[in-house]
Design a protein around this ligand. Structure first.
Ligand code: ATP
Ligand code: MG
Length: 278
């Protein structure tokens, strides 16, 4: 059974999409089958892997207008596939609000794909609205990209409270896969302080790989390529490769002790901090 990760942070521009697509590409490069799910109407992930409209995409899947095999597209990276999004997805948010099981649409839609991939990675919009809650209901684990800024800390507690709410209701087995830092600039004192503070508090939930600010990472999407294709030797590429390997390792370690995994993650998160284990 594949493992589903959701990239969440209600703050905009922290690196959710860049991380989902590059981690996905590097996990695929390690020999795993990966499905990326673009769950943001901005469709940045779709264009970042060169999946241009016209669709069918995730909106058509959710609304029952297309079957899962019609919406899954190949990318330029072997074993990396994508369900693209389009601006139509913004309409889905409105339509879903009116449905009784509005938080479970994505979970149901992705169910047939769960056995076909080792990893499914869902990229969410910058909000804790109905789409992101669908993402968390569909996932086994939450991955939180964080920029090293003061306001990031304030957002983190709201985000963790939301995860706890989901764990109590919609998805009891949801775990915190971990927190990682993005766009790190070692020259700023604040960035160093944020890393130190978050790492002290959240301990093993923080991944040891830190993603540096790297111009090549921001250029790659305009070529429709993950960094592994665009510039595999740059510092950003090496960092995402290392983070992808960490995620695979944590995931394997957790699968080796299935009975203990999920409840432990829930219990620790309920105390206000995430537990380890992807
Ligand atoms: N490590 C990095 N170094 C330099 N630029 C980066 C890095 N990571 C992301 N960027 C750039 O920062 C911007 C925001 O990144 P991204 O789109 O991944 O964030 P996001 O959290 O998905 O945003 P949104 O909340 O709007 O969905 C993009 O222009 C991206 O190319
Ligand atoms: Mg994004």
């Amino acid at each position: 059974m594949g493992k589903t990760f959701v990239f969440v942070n209600q703050k905009g521009g922290v690196g959710k999409t860049t991380s989902a697509l590059n981690i996905g590409a590097y996990i695929a490069a390690e020999g795993k089958n990966v499905l990326l799910v673009d769950f943001d109407a901005q469709a940045n992930l779709s264009s970042g892997v060169g999946a241009k409209p016209p669709v069918p995409g995730i909106y058509e899947l959710l609304s029952g207008k297309a079957a899962i095999d019609e919406v899954i597209k190949k990318t330029g990276v072997a074993r990396l596939e994508v369900i693209p999004a389009s601006i139509d997805l913004s309409g889905a948010a409105v339509e879903l609000i009116e449905q009784e099981d509005r938080y479970l649409f994505l979970k149901k839609a992705l169910a047939p794909a769960k056995n076909r991939y080792d990893f499914i990675l869902i990229d969410c919009p910058p909000s804790l609205g109905v789409l992101t809650l669908n993402g968390m209901a569909a996932a086994d684990s939450v991955l939180i990209p964080m920029q090293c800024e003061y306001f990031a800390l304030e957002g983190l507690s709201l985000l963790l409270k939301t995860v706890q709410r989901i764990q109590r209701g919609l998805n009891k087995s949801l775990g915190i896969g971990g927190i990682f830092f993005t766009m790190y600039d070692p020259r700023t004192r604040l960035a160093q302080d944020v890393v130190k503070q978050v790492s002290t508090y959240f301990k093993s939930a923080v991944f040891s790989t830190i993603i540096p600010r790297n111009i090549r990472l921001s250029e790659a999407p305009s070529h429709g390529q993950p960094i592994v294709l665009y510039d595999p030797n740059c510092a950003g590429a090496r960092a995402y490769q290392s983070l992808a390997r960490e995620i695979i390792r944590r995931s394997a370690a957790q699968s080796a002790r299935p009975a203990a995994g999920a409840p432990a993650a829930s219990k620790t998160a309920a105390k206000g901090g995430p537990g380890g284990g992807a």
